[in-house]
Design a protein around this ligand. Structure first.
Ligand code: FES
Length: 113
C-alpha cells in the first residue's frame, strides 16, 4: 500500500478553494479573472490562510469556472459557496470561511447585482 509523504490517512481536504486564474486576450468577447487580478488575490488569500495556521485546506488556481462575467470567480467546497471577489478584497472574511464555515453573504455571487 502506498504511503503519503505528508502522513495523511485519507485523501481530501476539509475545505477546498478554487479561484479562477484564466486569462483571455484583450478584445476577447468574455472577460477573464486573471485580467482582474485573480492571481495576486489568490496569493494574498493563501498567505493569510498560512498565517492563520489553517491545515487541511487547499487553495488553488483553477481554469475558467464559466462565470466570467461575475468574476473574480471563487468557489469553496464542500459547501459549494460561490463568491464574486474584488481584487482589493480584505481577505479576512474568506479566511473566516475557511476556519469555521461562516459565509460572507456580501461576497456571494448573485446575478441580481
Ligand atoms: S475567466 Fe474566470 S470564470 Fe471564466
Amino acid at each position: 500500500m502506498p504511503t503519503d509523504p505528508k502522513g495523511r490517512d485519507v485523501p481530501g481536504y476539509g475545505r477546498h478553494v478554487f479561484i479562477c486564474g484564466h486569462e483571455r486576450p484583450e478584445g476577447a468577447t468574455r472577460p477573464s479573472c486573471k485580467n482582474r487580478g485573480s492571481l495576486e488575490l489568490l496569493t494574498r488569500i493563501k498567505a493569510a490562510a498560512r498565517e492563520e495556521g489553517l491545515r487541511e485546506i487547499r487553495i488553488q488556481k483553477s481554469g475558467c469556472l464559466d462565470f466570467c462575467e461575475n468574476g473574480i470567480a471563487c468557489v469553496v467546497y464542500p459547501e459549494g459557496t460561490w463568491y464574486r471577489l474584488q481584487p482589493q478584497l480584505d481577505v479576512g472574511s474568506i479566511v473566516e470561511h475557511l476556519k469555521n464555515g461562516t459565509v460572507d453573504t456580501d461576497l456571494l455571487m448573485n446575478f441580481d447585482d
